[in-house]
Design a protein around this ligand. Structure first.
Ligand SMILES: Nc1ncnc2c1ncn2[C@@H]1O[C@H](COP(=O)(O)OP(=O)(O)OP(=O)(O)O)[C@@H](O)[C@H]1O
Ligand SMILES: [Mg+2]
Length: 272
């Protein structure tokens, strides 16, 4: 059960609820490399939680733990009040966790619309065979899926490219299509790995607005890795700071900005 007793309202009027995801003492190793060292933090219902830190700090590894792609050697993952057992990424997806990738992972030859439709896969009940031989329910499901996808296309303002093969799109729009695909899964928890990396100022502003709108309009909880501190400060409710696999800061953007260890390890130096 979510701990509703701790609900609070943010300065801009959004409601933050109890703990949705609780990571307890997570340690993740790759052979001799310890990517995550005994890190604990939580993500609350409805919040935008940023994860920041220098290159190689373990940020993407942490998102991969949350999405079930990596299984930590130590520690516990609690999602919506239940301790996660042995579980596959597709099962985590079915529980309502969707993500975008640091390196865009779309099907270049497929249209924007079809790429976004792949985000509906976790919701599809009728299989391919059913679609082929038993059109009734499958057809209804297809129509329902298309309607949901069209709403997301409108929401992200990409109607004009819906038939365009993704391979032909500029980088900034590909990132937006990836967000659309993740949203098509109707996630409760959305994991964004550097959604604004490599974007120009205008593209970053657009993406920031969409992230805020998703959080606001769908109530989606968001974990966000981002190097642009201006974006992090503007968007996030709370920030976790990682450095060499350790957690060196955790708090509101203001608390983190004034944390000397964070300044020394990260904020004092330039990042891409
Ligand atoms: N699949 C893997 N196999 C071996 N080592 C890995 C693997 N994934 C990550 N690592 C190592 O774990 C450490 C953390 O990497 P990670 O990608 O999580 O960092 P990051 O904070 O996302 O960095 P960046 O800002 O560059 O994306 C690095 O030393 C990296 O080389
Ligand atoms: Mg990374």
């Amino acid at each position: 059960m979510l701990d509703r007793a701790e609900d609070r309202i943010t300065a801009d009027g959004r409601q933050i609820g109890g703990v949705m995801l609780d990571l307890k003492n997570i340690t993740l190793r790759f052979g001799g490399v310890t990517a995550i060292k005994d890190i604990s933090f939580d993500i609350r219902q409805g919040e935008i939680r940023a994860i920041i830190g220098p290159n190689g700090a373990g940020k993407s590894s942490m998102l991969n733990v949350i999405s079930g792609f990596y299984v930590p050697q130590q520690g516990e993952v609690w999602f919506r009040g239940e301790k996660r057992g042995p579980i596959k990424p597709y099962q985590v997806a079915r529980q309502g966790v969707a993500r975008t990738f640091q390196n865009i992972a779309l099907f270049d030859g497929m249209s924007v619309l079809d790429n976004i439709m792949t985000g509906r896969l976790t919701h599809m009940r009728a299989g391919m065979l059913a679609q082929a031989i038993w059109l009734g329910p499958a057809e209804r499901e297809e129509i329902e899926n298309r309607e949901k996808v069209e709403r997301i296309i409108d929401f992200l303002e990409i109607q004009n490219i819906r038939k365009t093969p993704v391979g032909r799109l500029p980088y900034g729009l590909k990132k937006r299509v990836e967000l659309a695909r993740a949203l098509a899964a109707e996630p409760q928890l959305l994991l964004l790995d550097e959604p604004m990396a490599g974007m120009n100022v205008e593209e970053k502003e657009d993406m920031s607005r969409f992230v805020l709108d998703v959080n606001d309009e769908f109530g989606t909880t968001i974990a966000l890795i981002e190097h642009d501190m201006g974006v992090v400060m503007d968007l996030s409710d709370r920030v976790v700071v990682m450095d060499y696999g350790r957690k060196i800061g955790d708090g509101t953007p203001d608390e983190v900005r004034n944390n000397q260890e964070v300044i020394d390890a990260y904020l004092g130096v330039a990042h891409d």
